[in-house]
Design a binder for this molecule. Structure first.
Ligand SMILES: O=C(O)CCC(=O)C(=O)O
Ligand SMILES: [Fe+2]
Length: 320
């Protein structure tokens, strides 16, 4: 990454790009082709956009930010009650250590499977702060509505049947929450909050910190800051959506910086295909002009972290 002049998560040599902002309340049955074109264009160029007017009240976004901060500010002994066990995903901790000499992220996280509900591991769901579980329940239920809505219109923007993604990814697709906490870092020039990666999901909804920047996305080999829009959800295409759309929608590489002035909190919700589902390019999106780009895979996430922790892109292993 170019430049080391970091202040508040900013890197002076990295510009703010024109990351699209989409009013998703305009995506409805009478939506004009203009909005669908904007959606398709955003997802096939940037692979991400700022979703505004998504229907989730600002007060709920604030509550999510609030419980996240409160949880990470608890004494370590309290947080350790929810510590992730080796080989598992759920719980409080940081990077899985999979390799010797692995570069670690400057980040603590709390990772929780939210849906299917009968697979939740409630022992990892904090009871402190007291409102944590209620707020995560409320927020994730709302995000699931936004996700279903968006999947429909993403399909329509490609002239596909509107339920094709939700059928492909399955009724029991996974909804997972990751609360990210980036503590102050004395040497932001030496440590990243989150190493560059594409998400392994089909689609991700990131709730950014309201005040502290730090997220960057890569487009055409150049890094761009993602500006803060406090009421927006930052929507990111994941690798499994890129595969399903035969590379039309792009899963963008993104990274989070650290800074020495202010701690930063974000919360990601990942929607990931149901385990066992075959994920492959849709036949409608393969043609002589656009040959098939990816092999079929199942359970992409099983090997995802092995690649990420070696700074490799898992999607490259699926390319034909
Ligand atoms: O915290 C951020 O800004 C990025 C987080 C992220 O990329 C992730 O959780 O996958
Ligand atoms: Fe990510």
């Amino acid at each position: 990454m170019a430049g080391v002049e970091l202040e508040n998560g900013k890197n002076a040599s990295v510009p703010f790009g024109d990351i699209p902002v989409i009013d998703i309340s305009l995506l409805n049955n009478s939506s004009s082709s203009e909005v669908l074109d904007k959606l398709r264009s955003a997802l096939s160029s940037w692979g991400c956009f700022q979703a505004v007017n998504h229907g989730i009240e600002n007060s709920l976004l604030e509550e999510v930010r609030g419980v996240s901060k409160e949880f990470f500010q608890l004494p370590m002994t309290e947080k350790q009650k929810y510590a992730r066990k080796t080989g598992q995903c759920d719980g409080y901790g940081n990077d899985m250590i999979l390799f010797q000499n692995q570069t670690l992220d400057w980040n603590d996280r709390l990772y929780l499977l939210v849906s299917p509900e009968d697979d939740r591991k409630l022992e990892y769901w904090p009871q402190n702060p007291q409102s944590f579980r209620r707020i995560l329940n409320e927020y994730s239920a709302k995000i699931q509505q936004v996700e279903e809505h968006l999947l429909k219109f993403m399909a329509r923007s490609l002239c596909l049947e509107e339920d094709c993604f939700s059928r492909k990814f399955g009724k029991r697709r996974l909804i997972e929450a990751r609360f990210n906490y980036y503590p102050l870092c004395p040497r932001p020039d030496l440590a990243l909050g989150f190493k560059p990666h594409g998400d392994g999901s089909a689609i991700t909804f990131l709730l950014q910190d309201k005040e502290v920047e730090g997220l960057q996305v890569l487009k055409d080999d150049q890094w761009f800051h993602v500006p803060i829009i406090p009421c927006a959800l930052f929507v990111i295409v994941g690798d499994q959506m890129e595969i399903t759309t035969n590379g039309i929608f792009k899963s963008p590489v993104h990274t989070a910086l650290t800074n020495s002035n202010k701690a930063r909190h974000t919360m990601a919700i990942f929607s990931t295909p149901e385990p066992g589902k075959v994920i492959e390019p849709l036949g409608e999106l393969i043609s002589d002009k656009r040959p098939r780009l990816y092999k079929a895979i199942t359970d992409y996430m099983d090997t995802y972290f092995d690649f990420i922790q070696q700074a490799k892109r898992p999607i490259d292993a699926v390319k034909i």
